[in-house]
Write a protein that binds this ligand. Structure first.
Ligand SMILES: [Zn+2]
Length: 334
């Protein structure tokens, strides 16, 4: 039962039911088109779940992108069921629930790729996949009549920066089994031919930019793009630049990644935003929120001299290292 995310960008949410038991996969939100003035976010219609609330055993998250976890506060406030996710995904969820004062009553349970767990009549096997952020899983959901494979989002990256490889072997094993009932697979640009380059492929381009930049470098990417953030940080060290985090989402996700060991930062590298002016412009690299040109984001404010610490000046280099989400290109580049 898809509750969102099919034929549209965002708001991924799927319910799988066997008899009197329902497991929900992901709980995403959607960012509205700019025509929907006054609407901040769009969340799935969970009437079906509310009408069957005694049957819902839990929500299992494939990864930490907003279009997979962003709807959780709204869903949990009406239906407080256990939430299962990997370590990194749950760290993002914790921040989000804390913001909505829902963390205390939430029942968060950590899962790991390769460790099966039971939920009602279902046995769920999380399978490591690679994507533009870290700690992502596909789910093999064993039901009493066979297996349903839900891939979550993925890109097959043979050289992820965290060296945690896509578990093709387990997919192949399921492929040999006759009991797989269905493969649920959905990925942006799935209709396009060819391959998506590895996250590491941006390194060469970053290197060119860092070699050429004479003044401050501002790098923006999705705050969840830990692979990109890692590469940008490594470049900064190579070019003897201090790294500064500006903007709440960038700061939060980078700090989580540092806490969980995805980013190892040599001491003395990071500086506080208030110290930007203490260093000459060629010694600073600013990692900043606002890749989609959100009007109140740090990047937009830095661009119009409306940010307390960060200000983009003539000769600075601004690197937008991300795809533009369909529907958001106008505010950014209009
Ligand atoms: Zn994703």
């Amino acid at each position: 039962m898809p509750l969102g995310g099919l034929g549209e960008f965002g708001m991924n949410c799927m319910a799988i039911r066997w008899g009197n038991d329902i497991v929900v996969i992901d709980a995403g939100l959607m960012f509205p088109e700019s025509e929907l003035l006054g609407v901040d976010i769009v969340v799935p219609d969970i009437t079906y779940l509310l009408n069957n609330r005694d049957k819902v055993r839990g929500i299992v998250l494939t990864h930490g992108h907003e279009d997979h976890i962003g709807g959780l506060p709204w869903i949990l406030s009406e239906l407080n069921v256990p939430v299962f996710g990997t370590e990194f995904t749950l760290a993002l969820v914790e921040n989000k629930l804390e913001e909505h004062q829902l963390l205390d009553q939430a029942d968060l349970r950590e899962i790991r790729a390769g460790s099966r767990f039971n939920l009602g009549p279902f046995t769920i096997n999380p399978i490591q996949v690679t994507h533009s952020l870290v700690d992502c899983v596909a789910l093999a959901i064993h039901t009493p009549i066979g297996v349903v494979i839900h891939t979550g989002d993925f890109k097959v990256d043979p050289t992820p920066t965290d060296n945690r490889l896509f578990d093709l072997h387990t997919f192949a094993e399921y492929g040999k089994e006759r009991s797989v009932l269905a493969l649920l697979q959905d990925s942006t640009n799935v209709e396009r031919r060819g391959y998506t380059p590895s996250e590491r492929a941006v390194r060469g381009r970053f290197d060119e930019i860092f070699a050429r930049a004479e003044r401050r470098i501002f790098v923006t990417c999705f705050s969840s793009s830990i692979h990109r953030i890692k590469i940008a940080m490594e470049m900064a060290w190579e070019y003897s630049r201090k790294v500064v985090l500006v903007g709440r989402s960038m700061t939060e996700s980078t700090e989580i990644a540092m806490d969980l060991g995805y980013l190892e930062v040599p001491s003395g590298t990071m500086i506080h935003p208030s110290q930007i002016r203490d260093f000459s412009p060629d010694q600073v690299c600013v990692l900043i929120s606002g890749t989609q040109g959100e009007p109140m984001s740090a990047l937009s404010r830095a661009a119009v001299e409306n940010h307390k610490h960060a200000r983009i000046e003539r000769g600075d280099t601004v690197v937008l290292s991300s795809r533009i989400i369909p529907g958001t290109e106008r505010p950014t580049f209009g």
